[in-house]
Design a protein around this ligand. Structure first.
Ligand SMILES: C[S@@+](CC[C@H](N)C(=O)[O-])C[C@H]1O[C@@H](n2cnc3c(N)ncnc32)[C@H](O)[C@@H]1O
Length: 296
C-alpha cells in the first residue's frame, strides 16, 4: 500500500492538468473536476460523503494504473470519459467509449426540470434522434417512468453502445434502439423529439482541439456549414410529432448560422442556468410553417 491518499493524488493531478495545455469540454470545465473525474471514474469510487473516499490510501497497483491514464490524458489528449469508460449525464452513469461522443449536452438541464414550461404534461412517447450512446433518451425514460422512448441512430457501433446502456439501466423494452438515417426507419407520432445532431462544419473540424480527434467524426461533422442535418430535421420533424408535440434540438455554436439562414422562421433559443447554448424548441405548428419556408 502506498502512502498517497485519493485526495492528495487529485490535488497534485489538478496542478499538473493546470500546467498542461489540455482542453476541457467533455464533461468538465476545469483541471480540478477533470482530476476528480479521472480518479473517481478509474477506481469506481463513490461520491457519497459517507464513503470517505478522499482519505483512502491508494494501493501501489492503483497508483500505476492512474499514472498510465494520466499519461494518456496529457500526452495523447484522450478525453477522460474514454479512459475510464464512463460518463455522468443528468445524474446518471453511462457506459462511454469511442463508439459515440462523450455525453455533455446542456439538454440534461431541460430533462432535470422535466422540460417545464415547454411541456404541459409528461410525454407518453419520446424520440431521441441521433442518440449516440443513448444518454438523452435514457435520461428521459428515467425522468418520466411512464413513457416509451425510441433511440434512433445511424451508426451500428453507437447503436450497440446505446443497447448496452439500455441494459445497464434495465429499461428494455420501454426504451428501444433503432438503426435509422434520421427519420427513415421511424413511424411516430411522438410527443417529444429531442435531437443533438452533428453540427460541426468541415472548415471548423480541422481547428477543433486534439481531444475531439478521439471522437467519431460521424458524431461531429455535418455538411452545408454544419447545418445539413439540422435543416433536414427541422423540415421533417412535424410529420412525426403529435398535434401538441415539441421538437427540441441542439445546434451549439451553429446557432448564428441557422438564424441567418432561417430569418423568416421564429426560432426560440432556450436559456441555461448551468451553461450551454444553441438549443431551440419548436412546436409542431411552428414546424409546419417552416415546411413552407425552405432555406435559400
Ligand atoms: C452529436 S452526437 C450526439 C450523441 C448523443 N445524443 C449525445 O448527446 O451525447 C450525434 C450522433 O448522431 C449520429 N448520426 C449522424 N448522422 C446521423 C443520421 N443521418 N441519422 C441518425 N443519426 C446520425 C452520430 O453517429 C452520433 O452518434
Amino acid at each position: 500500500m502506498s502512502t498517497v491518499t485519493v485526495q492528495s493524488y487529485i490535488d497534485k493531478l489538478a496542478d499538473r492538468f493546470g500546467q498542461s495545455d489540455l482542453y476541457y469540454g467533455h464533461g468538465t470545465d476545469n483541471p480540478f473536476d477533470e482530476a476528480v473525474y479521472l480518479v473517481y471514474g478509474a477506481l469506481s469510487l463513490s461520491f457519497d460523503a459517507e464513503a470517505n473516499s478522499p482519505g483512502r490510501l491508494l494501493a501501489d497497483s492503483e497508483l500505476c494504473w492512474l499514472d498510465e491514464l494520466v499519461k494518456a490524458r496529457v500526452e495523447q489528449r484522450i478525453p477522460v470519459g474514454y479512459l475510464v469508460g464512463k460518463a455522468w449525464f443528468s445524474g446518471h452513469q453511462f457506459l462511454c467509449d469511442s463508439r459515440a461522443l462523450i455525453p455533455r449536452s446542456p439538454i440534461a438541464e431541460l430533462i432535470d426540470r422535466k422540460f417545464r414550461p415547454l411541456l404541459k404534461r409528461a410525454p407518453a412517447r419520446v424520440l431521441d434522434l441521433c442518440a449516440g450512446g443513448g444518454c438523452i433518451g435514457i435520461s428521459c425514460a428515467l425522468r418520466f417512468p411512464g413513457c416509451e422512448v425510441e433511440l434512433a441512430e445511424l451508426c451500428a457501433d453507437a447503436c450497440e453502445l446505446a443497447m448496452a446502456n439500455v441494459a445497464l439501466h434495465k429499461l428494455s423494452p420501454r426504451v428501444s434502439v433503432l438503426r435509422s438515417d434520421l427519420f427513415s426507419a421511424l413511424t411516430g407520432p411522438y410527443d417529444l423529439i429531442i435531437s443533438n445532431p452533428p453540427y460541426v462544419s468541415r472548415q471548423e473540424i480541422a481547428a477543433l482541439p486534439e481531444e475531439y480527434c478521439h471522437e467519431p467524426v460521424l458524431g461531429l461533422l455535418s455538411e452545408d456549414d454544419g447545418l445539413a442535418l439540422a435543416l433536414k430535421i427541422l423540415h421533417e420533424a412535424a410529420d412525426f410529432l403529435c398535434a401538441d408535440g415539441v421538437l427540441i434540438m441542439e445546434v451549439g455554436y451553429s446557432r448564428q448560422q441557422l438564424s441567418t439562414r432561417l430569418k423568416a422562421v421564429p426560432l426560440e433559443w432556450l436559456e441555461f442556468a448551468h451553461g450551454g447554448e444553441g438549443v431551440l424548441a419548436l412546436t409542431r405548428n411552428q414546424l409546419r410553417q417552416y415546411q413552407g419556408l425552405r432555406s435559400p
